[in-house]
Write a protein that binds this ligand. Structure first.
Ligand SMILES: Cc1ncc(COP(=O)(O)O)c(C=O)c1O
Length: 427
């Protein structure tokens, strides 16, 4: 069957609005480690997918999945040692204020649980997020998406400009003043929620602001905003769906950006592809939530999730992926940073472990975003066998976020192709 026929069938079966990457979509039939293969046997270096964190078709994970499914898989209303052990291990990887966990199946669900938990614990309704974020797609969670900062916000959600140094909120401030300026934005949102009677339940933020484009955060912002939120009686929710599980070279993004959240939500990489997510918090918060909600999620907290979740943690430890990511990510980011001076279209390179953002601009003086070039580059890189995508407030940030087993050699291959693409587009 031709690709165009498959595309037409897909449009009818799934709806033509179901997004596909790249001008010429890829038909992927197999994966192994960091590589994906199309129907013609062409190999691509996957530099986008953070779900298969320990590699596509990781044999240890596949074996754990098959063994557990071949033994038993039931819902969570039975005792099962594997589930308890997995929950204990997961909270043990967090700071000591994180004690118990509620499992679910997707990032959206786990964020939903966290938001509801913050409301139950505080007895308040008001929530704050950034202006360019995405945390999932349910009615409540989806209402946090890409809000911008419209004046006179109403309702129970407020958004504030995400903290960054590349396009700062105000020019001419030193880093401490810039940090204070962003904190003032958050404080104003809290005030406005309180003034309208919603009260303040909490602030949710991705620990590295991944969907915002991985900004350079003014020093001290994360710990100072945590203090601010606590001072106002709210909870801090760290969305670790993208930043967790060794992505930053630390177990958690909040370790990399240095703050202590009250609620930690994890998803995507937890099951290496098996739907698995978790909301972890102080035992008291989890108990309050459970007492109020009687939460049940049919395919969550199952022996299958536990077995696969354990296998993923085992692989991260066996392969020493925290250190591997820190080492490969630092060298790779350094190489990319050297290109900022060589190519006028690269405005900035920001890296945190194996999450790297390359900000494409039209003009160094104005920093005008170049979304068209970013898209062109992602298509050209695909043609050369490297899969990346883009994100950020202006869709002008090349997003490099490979499986954690990505190597120095993979980085070198990419740099060669990237230089070729940049040379072509600079002609
Ligand atoms: C930071 C963040 N949180 C939550 C989600 C939602 O996860 P899911 O697609 O599994 O519902 C996403 C998805 O991209 C995300 O980037």
């Amino acid at each position: 069957m031709t690709k165009s026929l498959l595309k037409s069938r897909r449009d009818l079966a799934l709806g033509s609005g179901a997004e596909l990457f790249y001008d010429t979509p890829l038909e992927i039939v197999r994966g192994e480690g960091v590589y994906l293969y199309d129907r013609d046997g062409r190999r691509y270096v996957d530099m986008y997918n953070n779900v298969p964190c320990v590699g596509h078709a990781n044999p240890a994970v596949v074996q754990a999945m098959a063994e557990q499914q071949g033994t038993v898989n039931v819902h969570s209303r039975y005792l099962h040692e594997g589930i308890v052990a997995f929950a204990e291990r997961l909270v043990g990887l967090n700071h000591e204020g994180i004690e118990s966990v509620i499992f679910s199946c997707s990032g959206t669900e786990t964020v939903e649980v966290a938001l509801q938990m913050a409301r139950i614990v505080t007895g308040n309704r008001g929530l704050i997020c950034t202006d360019s974020t995405y945390h999932g797609n349910s009615d409540l969670v989806g209402s946090l998406s890409y809000l911008g900062c419209p004046p006179n916000q109403t309702g129970e959600i407020r958004s504030f400009p995400f903290p960054e140094r590349y396009r700062p909120l105000k020019e001419g401030l030193n880093e401490d003043e810039l940090c204070a300026a962003y904190l003032a934005e958050v404080a104003a949102r809290i005030e406005s929620l309180k003034a309208q009677g919603s009260g303040f339940a909490g602030l949710i933020m991705c620990s590295i602001f991944a969907n915002e484009g991985l900004p350079d955060i003014p020093a001290g912002f994360m710990s100072r905003v945590t203090d601010l939120v606590h001072g106002e009686g709210g909870l801090v929710i760290a969305d670790e769906v993208q930043s967790g599980y060794a992505r930053t070279g630390r177990w958690w993004g909040y370790e990399a950006t240095q703050f202590r959240p009250d609620i930690v939500v994890t998803g995507k990489p937890m099951g290496n592809g098996l739907p698995l997510s978790a909301t972890a918090a102080r035992r008291e918060f989890v108990e309050l939530f459970r007492a109020k909600k009687d939460y049940f999620n049919t395919c969550a907290a199952t022996p299958l999730q536990a077995a696969v979740g354990m296998a993923v943690l085992d692989e991260i430890e066996r392969l020493d992926l925290c250190n591997h990511v820190a080492e490969v990510g630092a060298r790779f980011t350094g190489e990319l940073e050297r290109r900022v001076d060589r190519y006028s279209s690269i405005g900035d390179v920001r890296g945190c472990g194996l999450f790297i953002s390359i900000e494409m601009i039209k003009d160094g003086a104005t920093k005008e975003p170049d979304a068209a070039l970013t898209k062109t580059l992602s298509n050209r890189l695909k043609d050369k066998g490297f899969l990346v995508s883009y994100s950020g407030k202006y869709h002008n940030v090349l997003k490099v976020r490979p499986p954690l087993v990505f190597s120095h050699a993979n980085a070198d291959e990419f740099l060669e192709a990237f230089d070729e693409c940049l040379a072509e587009t600079h002609e």
